[in-house]
Design a protein around this ligand. Structure first.
Ligand code: HEC
Length: 147
């Protein structure tokens, strides 16, 4: 048991490594929105908090599940496998099987409240986020560039 709590996880998940690399101060982001997507930190220094599935996972950002291009895919995290959806702009604002196409307002609801356009809750794998309104706007501007 000695030292167990402090020892790093044996397997460094690749997606976590991406975040660590992306958090390096030497990396320059083209926009605050891009920085939030890749690091869950804001250039304003205001807090960005995620709650839910990832609470025990330390700092986690959109990129860890939805990928660098927003294409999503299978995620292996905390001994679980799940599918993260494609959140490229055309995909979000295009037709969906179970609900209306996303709009800017409903995308914000998905990020903050974990709510789909039809009012249903997203699975808990999608964290619920808290961030300043300006940061959310910057994040949306970045999501618009994903294709
Ligand atoms: C731990 C993994 C994880 C992280 C981190 C994460 N998401 Fe998600 N996200 C998901 C999963 C899984 C779903 C699908 C949930 C469902 O279908 O019920 C989802 C759903 C979404 C949706 C709704 C898509 C749809 O088709 O309904 C949006 C928008 C979204 N995420 C944006 C983001 C943004 C922006 C961030 C970063 C601030 C983020 N997500 C971080 C896992 C994650």
């Amino acid at each position: 048991m000695k030292g167990k709590l402090n020892s790093p996880p044996i397997i460094m998940e690749q997606n976590l490594l991406i975040t660590l690399l992306a958090s390096c101060s030497s990396v320059q982001y083209k926009s605050n929105g891009e920085r939030i997507y890749f690091t869950a930190t804001s250039s304003s220094g205001k807090p960005i908090i995620s709650q839910g599935f990832t609470m025990m996972h330390g700092r986690i950002a959109c990129v860890n599940c939805h990928g660098a291009n927003g294409n999503g895919g299978n995620v292996h995290m905390m001994m679980t496998n799940f599918e993260a959806p494609d959140i490229t702009w055309a995909e979000l604002t295009g037709p969906h099987e179970h609900h209306a196409p996303y709009t800017e307002a409903t995308i914000k609801d998905a990020i903050i409240k974990g709510m789909e356009p039809n009012g249903e809750e997203l699975e808990i794998y999608m964290p619920r986020w808290q961030m300043a309104d300006e940061d959310l706007d910057d994040l949306l501007s970045f999501l618009k560039t994903l294709k």
